[in-house]
Design a protein around this ligand. Structure first.
Ligand code: DGT
Ligand code: CA
Ligand code: ZN
Length: 573
């Protein structure tokens, strides 16, 4: 059984509980466990066989037992009972941006709506506006939401696609005669989700690498196979295609296969101005002769451009910038020297403070902020004010032990409550070295309310970073319906930092918002939100998102020397 299938069971449980009106922390616990299952690199089934289910972040005894029951019997009693109480099809309705659990329950009880089709029909018939708390405007928004949701296709989260594709590529590289094997498409451009996996190999003889690809043990079926191109479907449901080109043509092939389509169109226009026709094979001259390019650099050079990093190839002004010599000097993983958002066993993390510090230090971090959850987020074992004092002692002790090899800060990921207030009073926040404020609950509040909530937190003098600002979850949850212009304006005014959460289930801020933040000079912060040592290795997803947003090292506070971060924090009070 795939991790995705198992995760879906828990997403369904969370959704049904939500419609039922269950307390929020339970819902979040299931959803979080599901997110972690989706993003896990090992097979859940293997971990189960090894008796290691509880090593999965977010999976405690109760959830481990449910996974075990599901894997061994193919069913889950708890879920069956829930389905008897709440129509499972009602869960569909929750995917509509403006429909939260309360509204879904209202529509169900008052109008008997149990799925999207019925919701759409009711909205079109003007029945929703007659319900309490509803009006013509909210009805129209819901109708627009229904349309948006039905248009969306199923895309694969980068966090699942990337490690899987890397494993496939490693195998292809081992095939004799293969000179190079690289990702292409949206995968190489590091979009948050990808439609499929595009892979490219360079080999004089395509046969062996094609064989290795189509006979890979994880291939479920071969969809097509030719001399230079094959596509397959893997057991995990992902589809991939492999293009094989001779090494001397690999440059044009890789540019073509990386896209985006719009970027390629621009490149071909530039080529035509030079009386060249650019294809995946070569540049074709008017006299019928070819210019071959083994590398991408040669392709761009012929077009009079410097090499453009794949993350920028979205036709968002990168070619103009390249021509003017004004490409950004994009941030890299190695630029990041501080982890400013991390959890320990004090809340829902897997590692002690010392273990976390060692893991961060091993990865080249010179500063680590322990930012466990605050009290009200029940799921995450949030800290009380009393706990904070004890935790400070432990942090001090670990700091002493490790010397100045890594600077430790005590922080908190403070919950922004549904009413906009923060979970700790100002005098407690003032004592902390760093404060992250995050939304985790009531994300479906109306635009104005949820925006006000965030603005409140931004204007608090003690908050330094807004964690995962929109609260989106890939691929299941839209972010809150925030007025981002207002959020950016408030951030500029307060001088705080907005996070690019590097966890592949979040990537929040996204690329577009990150770029806007840079334009407005809002300091960014790239954090893994680590709950384990392995989570620290997710940093590259956040960095890739930043790169897609044209972010340079100086735009990100995590690149600063520790003393500068400390100064910045002190200056914020
Ligand atoms: P995806 O899979 O929906 O996340 O998006 P992409 O960008 O990976 O697009 P896909 O898989 O349809 O095609 C892979 C690459 O192939 C794409 O990035 C550029 C290239 N390509 C596909 N169709 C065209 C086309 O019509 N013209 C050009 N120039 N390139 C194309
Ligand atoms: Ca693709
Ligand atoms: Zn966190």
């Amino acid at each position: 059984m795939s991790n995705r299938e198992i995760a879906d069971v828990f997403y369904t449980i969370a959704d049904l509980l939500e419609v039922k009106g269950e307390v929020i922390y339970k819902i979040l616990a299931y959803r979080k466990a599901a997110d972690n299952l989706v993003n896990l690199s090992q097979d859940v089934e293997d971990l189960w066989k090894e008796g290691k289910l509880t090593t999965i972040p977010g999976v405690g005894k109760a959830i481990a037992e449910k996974i075990e029951e599901y894997l061994s019997t193919g069913k889950l009693e708890f879920l069956e009972k829930l389905k008897a109480e709440v129509p499972p099809s009602l869960v569909e309705v929750l995917r509509v941006p403006d429909v939260g659990p309360k509204k879904a329950a209202l529509f169900w009880r008052e109008l008997g709506i149990t799925n999207m089709t019925e919701l759409e029909a009711a909205a079109r018939a003007g029945k929703l506006r007659t319900l309490p708390g509803m009006g013509e405007k909210s009805e129209a928004r819901i109708l627009a939401g229904v349309e948006a949701v039905s248009r969306r296709s199923t895309r694969i989260p980068l966090g699942m696609a990337w490690p899987f594709a890397m494993r496939i590529l490693e195998r292809l590289r081992e095939v004799p005669g293969v000179v190079a094997a690289e990702a292409g498409g949206s995968l190489r451009r590091m979009r948050a989700t990808v439609g499929d996996l595009d892979l490219l190999a360079a080999a004089a003889d395509s046969g062996p690498v094609m064989d290795a690809f189509t006979s890979h043990p994880e291939v479920l079926k071969v969809l097509a196979r030719g001399d230079t191109k094959a596509s397959v479907e893997f057991r995990n449901g992902m589809r991939a295609q492999l293009w094989v080109h001779p090494p001397e043509r690999f440059g044009t092939a890789l540019v073509y296969g990386t896209g985006s389509k719009d970027h390629n169109v621009r490149l071909r226009e530039l080529a035509l101005k030079k009386k060249l026709s650019l294809s995946d094979q070569s540049f074709l001259k008017e006299d019928g002769s070819e210019i071959l390019c083994a590398t991408e650099e040669e392709v761009y050079e012929i077009l009079g451009l410097p090499w453009i990093p794949p993350e920028l190839r979205e036709d968002r002004g990168e070619i103009k910038a390249a021509r003017a010599g004004k490409l950004p000097r994009l941030i890299e993983v190695g630029d990041i020297r501080a982890a400013l958002h991390a959890h320990s066993t004090w809340s829902d993390g897997k590692l002690s403070i010392k273990e976390m510090a060692l893991a961060a230090r091993e990865r080249g971090m010179r500063l680590l902020a322990i930012t466990d959850h605050s009290g009200s987020l029940g799921v995450a074992g949030g800290l009380s004010i009393e706990d904070l004092k004890k935790q400070r002692q432990e942090i001090d002790a670990v700091q002493k032990e490790l010397g100045d090899s890594i600077i430790l800060l005590q922080g908190s990921e403070v919950e922004i409550r549904a009413n906009g207030s923060l979970d700790f009073p100002p005098e407690v926040l003032a004592e902390l070295d760093i404060v992250i404020a995050s939304l985790h609950t009531s994300l479906r509040q109306p635009r104005q309310q949820v925006t006000e909530r965030l603005l409140n937190a931004i204007h608090s003098p003690h908050v330094d970073i807004i964690g995962h600002p929109t609260g989106r979850m890939i691929p299941n949850r839209e972010g809150a319906d925030l007025d981002m212009d207002a959020v950016f304006a408030a951030a500029v005014e307060s001088g705080l930092s907005l996070e690019i959460n590097a966890h592949p289930a979040r990537l929040d801020l996204d690329d577009i918002h990150s770029r806007r933040a840079v334009e407005l000079k809002v300091p960014l912060s790239i954090n893994t939100d680590a709950h384990s040592a392995a989570d620290l290795d997710l940093l590259h997803f956040g960095v890739a998102t930043a790169r897609r947003g044209w972010v340079e090292p100086q735009d990100v506070i995590n690149t600063w020397e520790p003393y500068r971060i400390l100064e910045w924090l002190r200056s914020r009070g």
